[in-house]
Every structure is written in C-alpha cells, then in structure tokens.
Design a protein around this ligand. Sequence first.
Ligand code: SF4
Length: 455
Amino acid sequence: MSAGAAVAKPGGTTPKRRHGCRGPRFATVRRALLAWYDGEQRDLPWRRRCDAYAVWLSEIMLQQTRVETVLPYYHAFLNEFPDIHALAAAPLDDVLRRWAGLGYYSRARSLHAAARIVVGRFGGRFPDSVGGLRDLPGIGRYTAGAVASIAFGAPAPAVDGNVKRVLARLFGVRESIDEAATEARLWDTAGRLVGAERPGDLNQALMELGATVCRPGAPACETCPLRASCAAGKAGDAASLPKRSPKRPAQRVRAAAAAVWRRGRILLIKRPARGLLGGLWQLPSAVVWAERPSKASLPGADGDGVAGPGMLAAALHAQFGVQPAVGAALGVVEHVFTHRRLRLEVYACDFGAAPLASRPAEARWVAPALFEDYALSSLDRKALRVALQGRRPRRMVPLGEKPPGDWCNGSTTDSGSVSKGSNPLSPVRPRRAVRQMSRRPTIPADGTSRSEPVD
Ligand code: SF4
C-alpha cells in the first residue's frame, strides 16, 4: 500500500479520509469478534493462566510455530521452570535442552536472558507497558503488545501473521503486506480496532479467527462472524489475500560432520553461544560450500563440495591438533532453516588413541544413552542417527574403497533411513587423511553409559 493510500471500510467502500473506518464500524467489528470468541475459542492452556510469565512464554513459543507443536513443549517447560525465578536461576544449558526440537533457538537464549533481567532488575515483576516490555531481550512489537494486552489489559495492538491476514481481507488491503508502508497501516488499523474493552481478548480473537476461520488459502467466509463487514469476503477474492512480495530463494549450504567414536562414546562439541543454533551441541563439522557468500570465500572447496572430507580433516586438525583419518561417508542429512537449505554429509573419522593436542572449550565424549541430557537440535539428532547407524562396522573404510555390507550403500534421508542406490558423495581422498589410513582404526562397542570430558 502506498503511504497515502486509504484503508477501505469494512463493507467495501473507500473512505474519503485516511483511517476513515472508525466509530460504529470499528465498534461493530469489535462486538462481533468478542461475541464469537466467547463462544468459539479453543481451550488452550495459556488461556487458563493469564499471568505475564505464562503469556510471555506461550507467545515466544508460538512465534513461527504451530499450536500443536508448541503444546507439549509448553507443558514440559512450565513443569521444569514453573515461574520466572526458576527460569532465571536455571543454567542456559538446561533451558536449551528443554527447548531442543522446537527450533529458532535464539528465542530460548533471549527468554533466559530476559528472565534474569526481570528477576535481577525488577524483582520478578514484568514491566506492564509496551515500552518496558520491548526493552527486554527477544521481545518485539508483537510480543510486547500481546503480553501488555493479555496480561495487563493495556489497549495495545498485537499484529502477527494471522492478524495481518484477517485485517488485509477485512479492510480489502491489496498491496503486499511485506511492504513497510502496508505493515504500518495494518498496525495503525489494529491500534484503532483494539479498544479499552477487553483488549487482550480482542487481540486473541483476531489471532483465533485467523487460525481457525480466516485461514490462508481457504477462508471459511460462510461461518465467519465478520462476513457482513468484510471487504474481501464481499468481493470474492479473499483466498488471494494477503498479497506477498516474492520470496528470496533459500541459500544452499553444504557441510561435513565427523562421527568420532572412542570407547563407546561419540565426540560432541558445543557451538558458540551466538549464531545459528548457538549454545547447542553438535558433531564436529566444517562448512564445505555455500552459495552466499561466494564459494570462492571458502578456500579449498570446489563447486560440488567434493572437497568435504579434506576440509573436515583440516577443521578437525585445527580444533583438536590431530591428523584424523576420514573414512567413507555414512550418510547425508538434509535440513531446511528459514533462509538456508543445508546438506550435511556425515563421515566416519578416527583420531587414533593418542591424547588430543588441543580441544575446544566445551567438548565431550558422550555415550548414546546420555544424548537426551544434551541440548541437541533436530539437525543434530538426525546427524547422530546417521552416526549411530554407521558405527556397527569394526574397521574404517578408506575413501574410494567400497564399504562392506550395508554400511554405506546410499544416502540417508531426514528420517535417518538409508535409501538404496549409489553413494552420491563420491568423496575424494584428502592428503592428510590418506597418510593416516594405514592405522586401521576401529570403532569400539558401546560398553559404557557415561560421558567424559575430552582429554
Ligand atoms: S473468513 Fe472471509 S469473511 Fe471472515 S474475515 Fe476472512 S475473508 Fe473476511
């Protein structure tokens, strides 16, 4: 929407002045929404407990995530951290472990940081204004509006994806909602719609309508409480709204990970606190190739990523001071992040028996029985499944040599299953690794049930 464009009135007519939808028409929409919400709202746990902590937790968890996915995490999280004091007192590792699998891990890190501020600075009481809430880590305009209105009754709008869709259809907004001017106009409209009467319920009613009736693609206009006022419903083009700008294609990234076993335990390292999946545990790994920045910025990688084993060996040498033997590929994990499509190749590696010359600050040999004690993302769980499947053979297979039996006869999918077919990796033999191949490293049986620091 252009900056000067007017918002159409519910009912389809264009107002003479900007923001002409006010007075009785806003009141009509508000009344219809609240009446519908009172009768039709879903019974969700965060609607039974309206204190700021529970509302805040649910709103953070629901960002980019479906209700059905959030429910078990919400219960488990509240069970372990029942209030803001418990969350603030917990180590970040425990919070990340409880969050593991929910994705977007920066949310968990910000949640923990905000809890410590609320307890340390405000004695455990949340700020009750939008401005005060927005000063906390991880709380943006939407979350601040939701918490302020639901927990404190502030007349603040809260515009998420569902609300944008409902408002764009209701007011006949046909410009891209990804444009800043359109988004500003929707926030302005939402601010005028939410009144002093039950602002938290009004915001939740808009979200609920978007989730259950005014759905993407297939709005159920015939059962909608706003059908008498809706511009798009009357025009018959609701399914085509809201308009979106073309999406940027996902960046393709290729990486290699090492499955290194010692006395029945596998080597895990902790990612740096900041960045993608920060603070979570992973197999040691190296980025092989990425579309952006250009592959030329990744020395040693060629366009097909076939230098993966060599780059992995170099990365392991840099981190642990060893000359690792990098064996055959065990499988491939495909994983999609918001703007990245990752292909992670998992290789069997061996460090030999000598003590490591160096190690990252946080590295552990971890027995499979203890994986659940570590904060692991979905990606890392998939990679560990591949590593576990590949540890049965008793000897390493040099690169280029055909692996025995069913060890590695195909690629591994997201579910961890091994698909039939030729090995797509065709790994090359890295010089450092080749020198080590004659050592015949072995992968020992899992005879222990505890983890230990890396020597
Ligand atoms: S469901 Fe139909 S009538 Fe209701 S707000 Fe959405 S587009 Fe309008």
